[in-house]
Design a protein around this ligand. Structure first.
Ligand SMILES: CC(=O)N[C@H]1[C@@H](OP(=O)(O)OP(=O)(O)OC[C@H]2O[C@@H](n3ccc(=O)[nH]c3=O)[C@H](O)[C@@H]2O)O[C@H](CO)[C@@H](O)[C@@H]1O
Ligand SMILES: C=C(OP(=O)(O)O)C(=O)O
Length: 429
């Protein structure tokens, strides 16, 4: 298993290109199952999760083609992938493929909507809580699917197709909203989703589905109304920038000091995180095609944070923000409200000298003057990158083990950081 070595202490200066969003690309790829025509997605990030999902879609019979580079295109440009589900041969998504990744479970929605049946293994994904799928299944049942759990699989069936209905989510769920949307676009009649997730990735999926001929209103608000259509067509769609990658590098610059322009991204995708970052004393300037992040000389102020569904502070940036707070001046309280077990980075940050104590769903971080490099273990995707951020500021060498988690969500992490002056390298073990 690969290891990452970081020698901390260098400020970051330069340009970091931001990739397409993993959490948008995955549901968009899954949406290709809704039509027999070709869906062309551009700005798709080169990530392990994308490769895993291509395997899952391939198993259903979806053909894919990665389009070659165009003249003038840099290596930083995301890939363009054409997906064609004209010949779906299998509506089962098997355990060994689905268990590595949460989003793969969402294939259940287009499969039941278009083919009237789906047999999908219960999912895996980052071990940050129990992560049930009851609300996803409730949404499908509301639209008329019958569901049973059989041998670790969710088996969904419908005799005469899905029917529109009123789906009321008792809590905000991103996956639930994606599933409800993908099922409702091909259902007979009108579906209303109440308490829908407002995340930009939901809006991106709705935009793509609309291009494919779906009739959707209200995406980005808590109430989405979908008028089912009998068929969808192919379309071209560009995956939106990754707001979590954007926030991660912004926090890295706040941690090390320096001056970095994050290119091909949008400040409006992560206002709450950027506002919090500005309160820590980091200069954040939205630009036309990116965001400039600067911190020179002054230290980082301690700020309290509570994670919340969009537009609140994202849980997927909580670990990175905690890394930043380990060196803040004073005490910060970080409350995690989305996942019950998303503090696995705490004990690893402690190896670097961080002072953090847990009080239920709150991590109390007392900023220390300096961190010292040590061997640490990556436990999940965002926890892993929080260790990278801490390592970039720690004295001496930090060695991060189990980095395959990072490869699920961060494209060319080392290359992007090295170009800005970081001393970071991967050891192939
Ligand atoms: C691939 C992807 O896009 N993953 C993101 C997605 O995960 P994911 O879609 O899994 O997260 P959800 O928004 O569904 O989860 C929110 C909360 O609802 C709970 N819940 C969810 C479904 C359900 O059927 N029952 C239930 O109780 C979850 O356990 C959690 O406590 O949104 C999360 C919250 O922004 C992010 O951290 C993940 O990065
Ligand atoms: C938790 C995440 O991914 P997944 O939902 O795939 O586990 C994440 O992207 O931070």
């Amino acid at each position: 298993m690969d290891r990452i070595h970081i020698v901390g202490g260098q400020p970051l200066n330069g340009i970091i290109p931001i990739s397409g969003a993993k959490n948008a690309a995955l549901p968009l790829m899954i949406a290709s199952l809704l039509t027999g025509e070709t869906l062309e997605l551009s700005n798709v990030p080169r990530l392990a999760d994308v490769a895993s999902l291509l395997r899952i879609l391939g198993n259903h019979g979806v053909d894919h083609m990665v389009v070659g580079k165009r003249p003038g295109q840099t290596t930083e440009a995301g890939q363009t992938i054409r997906l064609t589900a004209s010949n779906v041969i299998d509506t089962t998504a098997p355990y060994d493929l689905v268990s590595t990744m949460r989003a793969s479970f969402w294939v259940i929605a287009p499969l039941i909507a278009r083919f009237g049946e789906a047999r999908v293994s219960l999912p895996g994904g980052c071990a940050i809580g129990t992560r049930p799928v009851d609300l996803l299944l409730m949404a499908l049942e509301t639209l008329g699917a019958t569901i049973e759990i059989d041998g670790g699989y969710a088996v969904a069936r419908t005799k005469n197709g899905l029917r529109g209905g009123e789906i009321k989510f008792p809590k905000v769920t991103v996956g639930g909203t994606h599933v409800a949307l993908m099922a409702a676009v091909l259902a007979h009649g009108t579906t209303v989703i109440e308490n829908a997730a407002r995340e930009p990735e939901v809006v991106d999926l709705a935009a793509c589905l609309t291009r494919m001929g779906a009739r959707i209103e209200g995406a980005g608000t808590p109430r989405i109304v979908i008028e089912g259509v009998s068929r969808l067509s192919g379309a071209r769609h560009e995956v939106l920038p990754d707001r979590i990658e954007t926030g991660t590098y912004a926090m890295a610059v706040a941690m090390t000091g320096g001056d970095v322009t994050l290119e091909n991204t949008r400040a409006d995708l992560l206002h709450s995180a950027l506002d919090i970052l500005a309160t820590t004393g980091t200069e954040v300037t939205p630009l036309d095609h990116g965001i400039r992040v600067r911190r020179n000389g002054h230290g980082v102020a301690a700020v309290d944070v509570t994670t919340d569904p969009f537009p609140g502070f994202p849980t997927d940036l909580q670990a990175q923000f905690m890394a930043l707070m380990t060196r803040a001046k004073g005490q910060s309280r970080i409350r995690e409200t989305i996942f019950e077990n998303r503090f696995m980075h705490v004990q690893e940050l402690a190896r670097l000298g961080a002072k953090i104590r847990l009080e239920g769903d709150v991590a109390v971080v007392d900023g220390v003057e300096r961190l010292k490099g040590a061997p640490v273990m990556a436990t999940d995707l965002r926890a892993s990158v929080s260790l990278v951020i801490a390592g970039l500021a720690a004295e001496g060498e930090t060695q991060i083990n189990r980095v395959y988690h990072l490869d699920r969500g961060f494209e060319a992490l080392e290359a992007k950081l090295v170009r800005c002056g970081a001393e970071i390298r991967r050891e192939r073990v």
